[in-house]
Design a protein around this ligand. Structure first.
Ligand SMILES: [Zn+2]
Length: 351
């Protein structure tokens, strides 16, 4: 401890080395002095690196304790009935908006595990798709996504906006993109995995878990896990609750076992109504992470859906997550420091 403090003061280290040289043999003293100089150099280099990191964070107005929109989509279809489905045009327009406003997609798995590696000044957004409908992903005979599916549109927008990562999380149920044969189901899940997409658990039968006994809750979720793990080498790390409804004890959804499979999620997602907290803040609660419905400002969506929230995040930019471009630090304006979650304290970079 004492040594560290001495060497921290660059110049002092030399005189300390000189002093202790008096009671040592010549060679030993030289070695000690050289080690002290090397240590001082390393400390100085680390300090200057830290200073550069802080400057970069300040310049980017980094706020890695800010809020992140997690957008929830259902089907992407022409002439949708009233409700949560979107047309291909509406979906494309929302992605174009996100790209223009400096958002970069990350997956739900990356979000809950705090792996947010996007460039300085950019904002993460999590795109989530529920219910594994063929309108989200259908592959043609060559294994390419059909252009009017959600994945086809996302890939196309990403091509036109370099840096807009084509990634998303698919919360699948037994309908598995309308594929009946296990071989076809494997093809679609494998395609998602191979292209960097994330697959999440949405239970097997999409039952409302509210009021269901613990055994049934765990069986539905365990069976949802097996749906994926029996077809490909991939284990979902997040769950989206059907209808956003939590079971009687919300922890049942987080960890348990049923239907011959066990699960221990890093995050469980709801269906409404606000942007989500940064995974680096004390506000982050993995047992109930809010999502935002994709919709324009009509009805209760005047305030609580994607168009309204993206407007709000634009108007309140200091509340939004902005990256410093360095995935190994958690950068933020100094006064937000009391909110850093304990697991990330060692990575904190206040400025
Ligand atoms: Zn659903």
């Amino acid at each position: 401890m004492g040594r560290l403090r001495v060497f921290g003061v660059g110049v002092a280290s030399l005189s300390v080395a000189a002093l202790s040289a008096a009671c040592m043999s010549g060679g030993e003293a030289d070695e000690k002095a050289a080690a002290a100089r090397a240590k001082a150099r390393n400390m100085a280099a680390a300090a200057s690196e830290k200073k550069t990191e802080t400057e970069v964070a300040a310049k980017a107005k980094a706020n890695e304790l800010g809020q992140i929109p997690v957008i929830m989509y259902h089907r992407i279809i022409k002439n949708p009935p009233p409700g949560d489905d979107r047309t291909p045009e509406q979906f494309r327009a929302e992605l174009e908006r996100l790209a223009k406003e400096d958002y970069v997609p990350i997956t739900a798995a990356e979000y809950v595990t705090g792996k947010i590696g996007i460039p300085a000044g950019k904002h993460p957004v999590v795109l989530t798709f529920d219910d594994s409908s063929p309108s989200q992903l259908t592959l043609d005979g060559m294994g390419n996504p059909k252009p009017d599916t959600a994945v086809g549109i996302l890939m196309d927008v990403a091509k036109k906006h370099p840096g807009f990562r084509p990634v998303a999380t698919f919360y699948v149920i037994r309908d598995l993109f309308g594929m009946a044969k296990p071989e076809e189901q494997t093809q679609v899940l494998e395609w998602l995995k191979d292209h960097g997409f994330d697959i999440g658990n949405h239970t097997r039968d999409h039952l409302n878990l509210l009021g269901k006994p613990e055994k049934e809750v765990e069986e539905q979720i365990g069976a949802g896990q097996k749906l994926v793990t029996s077809l490909i080498k991939f284990s979902p790390v997040t769950l989206a609750l059907p209808y956003g409804n939590q079971p009687h004890d919300k922890k049942w959804a987080m960890k348990g076992s049923g239907a011959g499979a066990s699960y221990d999620f890093r995050g469980v997602f709801l269906a409404g109504y606000t942007p989500a907290p940064s995974p680096y803040t004390k506000d982050f609660d993995p047992v109930g992470i809010p999502r935002i419905r994709s919709k324009e400002k009509v009805g209760d969506c005047v305030k609580f859906c994607s168009t309204a929230w993206l407007d709000w995040l634009n108007a309140n930019a200091t509340d939004r997550f902005t990256s410093d471009g360095n995935a190994s630090t958690v950068a933020f304006p100094k006064f937000k420091a009391p909110f850093v979650a304990a697991p990330y304290a060692t990575r904190a970079l206040p400025y």
